[in-house]
Design a protein around this ligand. Structure first.
Ligand code: SAM
Length: 326
């Protein structure tokens, strides 16, 4: 029963305006896993259970590598065991993490993105935050490190949910960072209670980006903050790229607007105080293959003779960070 992993979350939700979600959330979490039909799930479950039960002497959710425990908390045998069990959750896309001195150098140095975000948003202390498409919850843990009351991630990809549970295994019940196994279309009813809603790296995967923005607005309380990060192109307010097929080898990429077009979308969806906080070209220092993500990464998604273009000839990935008020 996966609901057991989430028992402290249910208690945390009970103390917030999100309490209507409690009606059936436990059953829905169980049924996602039961109905998953995912052949890897037994191995992931086994690895989660086999991670040694150790009390971490230190927890640091503020450092670039999320730190859970120190090397001296483990025997040599346990250290080997932890490394082997964590490897069962390959590929680690988001990180870095440091489990008792075992460093997970993930494909993305997600701390780079977090550094761009942290100073650009309303401080998270005491806030109820939702991260749609959270991956393994790296950012949720960093949000908890900033004092968010609850930092709830939602992601339908069970490997990432399982990765987040490896961290939860060692964290105190009071830690408010979680990843629930739902895509945006199946999260519990959209009640407008969140103080901050994050959608990062998701909008260009949506066939209907405006509906995505409207759904995010339904989840925010009036005056709440949207933190939107997505791929953009250069151009004016009428410029939007719809790739012919793949973009940077990604199959399901739909609309890449210019920053001005993105601002217009956000405005048309009823947001105000729209601020473009950052535009960055993704660099190989930020996204690359590692021992913990051995598949192809950014360097093979770009034109080998011209790094300003993707392998398909489109502008290379550039990401905008936009902050707006609901
Ligand atoms: C490009 S990753 C971005 C991850 C993270 N937000 C970041 O910015 O680093 C997109 C994430 O969206 C998740 N995803 C896919 N379909 C989704 C859906 N329908 N609803 C929410 N998330 C989804 C994927 O599993 C993946 O973790």
């Amino acid at each position: 029963m996966f609901r057991e992993h989430y028992a402290p979350l249910f208690d945390q939700i009970a103390g917030t305006d999100l309490f209507p979600w409690l009606n059936g959330l436990d059953k829905r979490i169980d049924s996602v896993f039961e109905e998953a039909n995912n052949g890897h799930l037994p191995a992931w479950k086994g690895a989660l259970e086999a991670l040694p039960q150790v009390a971490p002497s230190v927890i640091d959710l503020k450092s670039d590598a999320i730190r859970i425990g120190g090397p001296t908390d483990l025997t040599g045998f346990e250290a080997t065991r932890i490394r082997n069990e964590l490897k069962a959750f390959h590929p680690w896309r988001k990180g870095p993490w440091d489990f008792f001195g075992v460093e997970i150098d993930a494909e993305w140095r997600s701390s780079f993105k977090w550094d761009r975000i942290r100073g650009a948003i309303t401080p998270l202390a005491g806030r109820l935050a939702l991260d749609i498409g959270s991956g393994n919850g790296y950012y949720c843990y960093r949000m908890a490190g900033e004092g968010a009351k609850l930092a709830l991630g939602a992601d339908p990809y069970l490997l990432y949910v399982m990765q987040s549970l490896t961290a939860r295994k060692y964290l105190p019940d009071s830690c408010g960072a979680w990843v629930i196994p739902f895509g945006i279309e199946s999260i519990p009813p959209a009640i407008p209670v969140f103080d901050t809603v994050f959608s990062m790296g998701v909008l260009y995967h949506r066939r209907s980006p405006l509906d995505h923005l409207l759904k995010l607005k339904q989840l925010l309380r009036p005056g709440g903050e949207l933190v939107l990060e997505t791929l953009v192109i250069d151009g004016d307010a009428d410029d939007v790229l719809l790739p012919k097929g793949r973009y940077a080898k990604m199959r399901n990429t739909w609309f890449l607007p210019s920053c001005l077009a993105l601002e217009r979308w956000v405005k048309r969806c009823g947001f105000s105080d729209i601020r473009l906080a950052d535009v960055s070209t993704t660099r190989i220092e930020e996204q690359r293959s590692t021992d913990w993500m051995t598949f192809d990464s950014l360097s093979s998604f770009l034109d080998p003779t011209d790094a300003t273009k993707t392998i398909e000839g489109y502008p290379a990935p550039q990401r905008a960070l936009l902050v707006a008020t609901a």
